[in-house]
Design a protein around this ligand. Sequence first.
Ligand code: NAI
Length: 247
Amino acid sequence: MFQLNDKAAMVTGAARGLGQAIAVKLAEAGADIALCDLNAEWLEETAEKVKALGRRAECYGVNVAEGDSVTEGVKAITKDFGKIDVLVNNAGITKDGLIMRMSEDDWDAVLNVNLKGVFLCTKAAMRGMMKQRSGTIVNIASVIGLMGNAGQANYAASKGGVISFSKTVAKELASRNVRCNAVAPGFIRTAMTDALDEEVQNKMKELIPLSRFGEPEDVANVVLFLASDASAYVTGQVLSTCGGMVM
Ligand code: NAI
């Protein structure tokens, strides 16, 4: 049920972090991977990991916030792989600040990558999925999109938007057997959280019933579930992956 043999998956923001973990997880399940990030060269490390699993990896320089770049990227991927079965919209950025001090540029930058990027990639990839009458789209949101967070108005709005966008895609594409779900990660262990001092880390852990930060692989496992036939009857849902922080 969790197999992705003969599937082609497109993963955005795949150069590092969650995107890299997701690409490797989908490759472990048997998928060939179209890796996308701002610069194709940044994707070499992820590509090596995918190839080491015996799967195909191709790298594409795609700016998800720019329509022409996305159209070109999806065209190239469709030509190279023949199809896109799985789309994981993972690319995302933060530009934090209190609303009082948040610039219009910082608002636009975050909304353009995190929300418009999801729209552009979905629109470009869904045509083929509709034609082949199968496909799964997994959008990486955040618990912040469900609960809000002081200092992250732009990020929270973008991730809340990703959640409602995902539900709409699910409704529009269900009749073509294309599913769309969102994953809402909580605190995931990255270079950023590792750098926090122990006291801050312990305070954050008190908010998490499972008393630990998530690992990138915890998120990747949920993405694999939603990308595979194991979730064949699941669409339009948001699956929090946060150690119980949000219920
Ligand atoms: P990261 O910053 O380590 O990686 C993001 C990747 O996206 C980078 O490789 C970056 O180059 C790429 N990217 C940025 N802008 C892009 C654009 N315009 N076009 C194409 N690629 C672009 O981030 P991380 O932590 O791996 O996060 C991945 C996703 O997970 C993001 O959407 C983030 O909001 C979400 N998330 C992360 C959490 C965490 O604790 N790390 C928690 C909740 C959500």
